[in-house]
Design a binder for this molecule. Structure first.
Ligand code: ADE
Length: 238
């Protein structure tokens, strides 16, 4: 079984619409939807925004459904200048840009208790997501539609919606991340300590700057739909 976690309803909507034999169950504040997509057993949920909700949802999903792997899907702000709105990023690893115990001589971003700054995604799942993305682009090309830009790299998560150049420069300078969001690294940490393989794929909804307040509400839905289309192909491959 594959677990899929999104932060917001708009990110799960299209994935949920693909689901067959759906059965819902509420645990805490989260509804877990169990069913099949393209013949693959799936459990998916909207966790809520931010690292705490993301961690709660991931731990509940692991304990209740024991998924073989967990994929976090949704939208992100671009940090890398080469990324445009609607491009898709598959994470190589994830950091928590707001984790800071430097006052005690610990490197910035280090998660005490794990000794990691970055949690590496599962290579097999990430590669499969990337080939599903390539297949989607091939299909778009054949239909005469614009291909989505693609990138893999580090994603930074934190409990802030990034809209300021100083924040953006700080995160890229400290961590070399290509995109920012608010849940992926928390899901990564929970999966890491439970030894569950995980991957994170995010479509760009905004450029994490002073245009984000306008761009995010305008493009989040369309960007989330791009990411959902990749998931459809990923699950169809079995
Ligand atoms: N998710 C989408 N855009 C974001 C941004 N600019 N900051 C944090 N999370 C985001």
């Amino acid at each position: 079984m594959i677990g899929i976690i999104c932060a917001m309803d708009v990110e799960l909507e299209k994935i949920l619409a693909m689901m067959e034999n759906e059965q819902g169950e509420m645990i805490g504040s989260v509804v877990f939807h169990k069913g099949t997509i393209g013949g693959t057993d799936v459990v998916c949920a909207v966790c809520g925004v931010g690292k705490v909700f993301a961690a709660m949802c991931t731990q509940s999903m692991i304990l209740k459904y024991t998924p073989d792997s967990i994929i976090n899907v949704g939208v992100a702000g671009a940090l890398d200048k080469r990324l445009n709105i609607m491009d898709v990023v598959v994470a190589d690893d994830l950091v928590q840009h707001d984790m800071d115990v430097t006052a005690l001589g610990v490197p910035r971003g280090m998660i005490l208790g794990t000794d990691y700054i970055a949690f590496q995604t599962d290579n097999r799942v990430s590669k499969k997501l990337y080939s599903a993305l390539t297949a989607l682009n091939e299909e778009r090309k054949q239909k005469g539609e614009k291909e989505l830009g693609t990138m893999h790299g580090r994603i930074a998560s934190g409990d802030q919606f990034i809209t300021k150049k100083e924040q953006k420069d700080d995160i890229t300078g400290a961590f070399g991340a290509v995109a920012c969001e608010m849940e992926g690294a928390a899901i990564a940490q929970v999966c890491h300590v439970n030894q569950v393989p995980f991957a994170v794929m995010r479509a760009i909804s905004d450029t994490a700057d002073d245009s984000s307040e306008v761009d995010f509400p305008e493009f989040a839905r369309a960007a989330a739909e791009c990411a959902s289309e990749v998931i459809r192909r990923f699950l169809a491959e079995g």
